[in-house]
Design a protein around this ligand. Structure first.
Ligand code: DNO
Length: 345
């Protein structure tokens, strides 16, 4: 496996130099952030990002994310052109040496949390989710401020989107993801890129919006739409693990050869649809990190791994979930976990 670290570009308070100092770190996971979803990324900006990483001794082989615009997800009239733009990005990234593209197919909202600074007993804080609190924020009337939430939508636009998605429902989303995959996967194959869909976070429908990348049954269905290696997964343990019915160890083993990227983070489930994020090691939370890593290695997994949301510790402040210290601790834990598993085989 190759250990990687998410970097948000020049505006990220964490420098590439610091990332490089994390033991065994091979590369960054990044994106072009100043282009609207659906638009084509310029070759110059892609190459500039690659050069910056390489000058710091890091690879740039993973993009997270090339966002899928809403109109592709709901199948609007401009979807064909937007899919063509998406394919062009895949071609350009492949040419620049990118090997894996992470994306998601969640309508309107990306990841959702109800609390950004959940206080932990040890004085650290982390992101938390409580379904009741989330549902009390009606996105059509209240003003939302959630991580993963694009605040640029006007109330009217939001209403319109929510009603379109309610109408097309899960089956409509399945239909549109099929159109997307049938166009993009052949291009990815030719470009030498593995596509890796990120599961929905949390893995259930929210505000009446459909969500489909949620559980084993749906992952089976997704992988079979185009049954090729390039149509793969980002195995995000914190996302899939929020649903206690998901057997992550089993799923990691079953999909090992279709998993190209792993977000290995831990959460502690404290109630029905209630959890908060914790340190990466198994004993800190509800996720069997060792079992998952072992199932991946035993299943022949050969992709990228990154620590994911960290707590804020040692007085650090910054981008929620994306500070340096706890993610760096997570990275060294993951490096040790994989070394032990690989050497004891
Ligand atoms: C949150 C991330 C997600 C992820 C996208 C992938 O921290 O895991 O925002 O990047 O869902 O498209």
């Amino acid at each position: 496996m190759k250990l990687t670290f998410r970097w948000y570009g020049d505006s990220d308070p964490i420098s590439l130099e610091r990332i490089k100092q994390i033991p065994t770190m091979t590369g960054i996971v990044s994106a072009i952030y100043d282009v609207k979803p659906g638009m084509v990324w310029s070759n110059e900006s892609i190459l500039a990002l690659k050069e910056k990483a390489e000058n710091a001794g890091l690879e740039f082989e993973v993009v997270e994310s090339v966002p899928v615009p809403e109109e592709i997800k709901y199948g609007g009239e401009n979807a064909p052109q937007l899919i063509e733009n998406y394919c062009e990005n895949v071609r350009r990234l492949g040419k620049a040496g990118v090997k894996c593209i992470c994306y998601n197919f969640m309508p309107v909202f990306d990841w959702l949390r109800s609390e950004l600074e959940h206080k932990n007993l040890d004085g650290s804080n982390s992101l938390a989710y409580n379904e009741e609190t989330v549902l009390s924020m009606n996105p059509e009337t209240s003003s939302l401020s959630l991580p993963g939430w694009d605040e640029s939508y006007s109330k009217d636009e939001l209403k319109r989107l929510i009603s379109i998605y309610k109408e097309i429902g899960e089956e409509g989303l399945w239909k549109n993801i099929e159109v997307f995959l049938r166009a993009v996967i052949p291009v990815a194959r030719e470009a030498g890129v593995n596509m890796a869909i990120h599961p929905d976070d949390p893995p259930w429908g929210i505000f009446g919006l459909p969500r489909i990348i949620t559980n084993e049954k749906n992952l089976d269905r997704f992988l079979n739409i185009v049954n090729e290696k390039e149509n793969g997964l980002t195995f995000c343990t914190g996302s899939l693990g929020a649903d206690v019915n998901n057997d992550l160890v089993k799923m990691a083993g079953k999909y090992a050869d279709r998993i190209h990227f792993v977000h290995l983070r831990n959460i502690k489930i404290t109630g029905e649809r209630e959890f908060h994020e914790v340190g990466h090691p198994t004993e800190c939370g509800s996720i069997d990190m060792f079992g998952i890593a072992k199932a991946l290695v035993d299943g022949g997994f050969d992709g990228y791994v990154r620590p994911d949301h960290g707590r804020m510790i040692w007085g650090e402040s910054g981008k929620y979930g994306y500070g340096l210290y706890d993610r760096a601790l997570g990275a060294t834990y993951l490096a040790g976990l994989f070394e032990a598993i690989e050497k004891s085989r």
